[in-house]
Design a protein around this ligand. Structure first.
Ligand SMILES: Nc1ncnc2c1ncn2[C@@H]1O[C@H](COP(=O)(O)OP(=O)(O)OP(=O)(O)O)[C@@H](O)[C@H]1O
Length: 255
């Protein structure tokens, strides 16, 4: 049985129809990356799949007792809050020191155990968040743009670590990333979102699209290509029957 099976789910935020009739299944051990422009519903979909956001339509079935480890997009820490890495791992539930150390060692930051959380670099903090997410030996590791703010070598190292953890723990990985070119080698399946799913497949299939080559060409030009791709292709030919313009207008920012 699939770990998660979502059928035709809809999520609305007030007047915004953020997720429109989306079908997603997640199998044990696979790495799935969700890409799409800003505001295309990636985070909403991710959060709906783990039950953190209620759905307005459709069904989500999760394997019984599914253990999920979640790495948030950002963690806002008050710089005056005295909280060490070790104590942070005790939130919300106390964990034995050996278990905490093992998790920190797995993500390469055991030397930071006694450091203040507020004093960590972006890359160090992401690894601590990852350590916290694997404490309960998750069957699914969920990451929402985990490398935001990291430079490319640090991002690449982080995704290599994710892949190694998947191999070691046997968990599935579901993540949102803007950096498909970086996560690609570590991704089994890519889901292209724009409210609905625009296209889906192996990185090879997605990268074969001319729009993808444009997308990850250069800087903003590449990012704009994703926007064009979502709007120019024949939606019926790709099995898409939603109007992406209902989610994005030409003025919407893309990243
Ligand atoms: N709590 C909320 N209340 C109202 N609208 C929301 C809320 N969360 C998201 N939205 C809206 O729903 C749409 C989808 O947002 P979501 O954060 O899922 O997109 P995203 O693809 O993850 O964006 P980004 O790449 O910028 O993180 C956007 O139009 C957003 O403004």
């Amino acid at each position: 049985m699939s770990l998660i099976q979502a059928t035709h789910i809809d999520v609305r935020h007030g007047a915004t129809h953020a997720v429109q009739g989306v079908n997603v299944t997640l199998e044990a051990g696979e790495i799935v990356t969700i890409v799409g422009p800003n505001g295309s519903g990636k985070s909403t979909l991710l959060r709906a799949l783990i039950g953190a956001v209620p759905v307005d339509g459709g069904t989500i079935k999760a394997a019984e007792g599914l253990r999920v480890g979640y790495v948030p997009q950002k963690l806002h820490i008050d710089p005056t809050l005295p909280l060490t890495v070790r104590r942070f791992l005790n939130l919300p539930k106390r964990v034995p020191t050996a278990k905490a150390r093992e998790a920190l060692a797995r993500t390469g930051v055991d030397h930071l155990e006694k450091r203040q959380l507020a004093g960590l670099s972006g890359g160090q903090l992401q690894r601590v968040l990852l350590a916290r997410a694997i404490l309960n030996r998750p069957q699914v590791l969920v990451l929402d743009e985990p490398t935001q703010g990291l430079d490319q070598p640090a991002s690449a190292a982080f995704y290599r670590l994710i892949e190694a953890l998947r191999d070691e723990l046997g968990c599935a990985v579901l993540m949102v990333s803007h950096e498909l070119h970086v996560v690609m080698s570590a991704t089994d399946r890519v889901i292209c979102m724009n409210g609905h799913i625009c296209c889906e497949g192996t990185p090879e299939v997605v990268t074969a699209a001319p729009a993808y080559r444009e997308l990850f060409g250069t800087g903003t030009g590449g990012a704009l290509a994703l926007y064009r791709h979502e709007h120019n292709h024949d939606h019926h030919e790709h099995g898409c029957d939603h109007d992406p313009a209902s989610v994005l207008s030409a003025e919407d920012p893309v990243s």
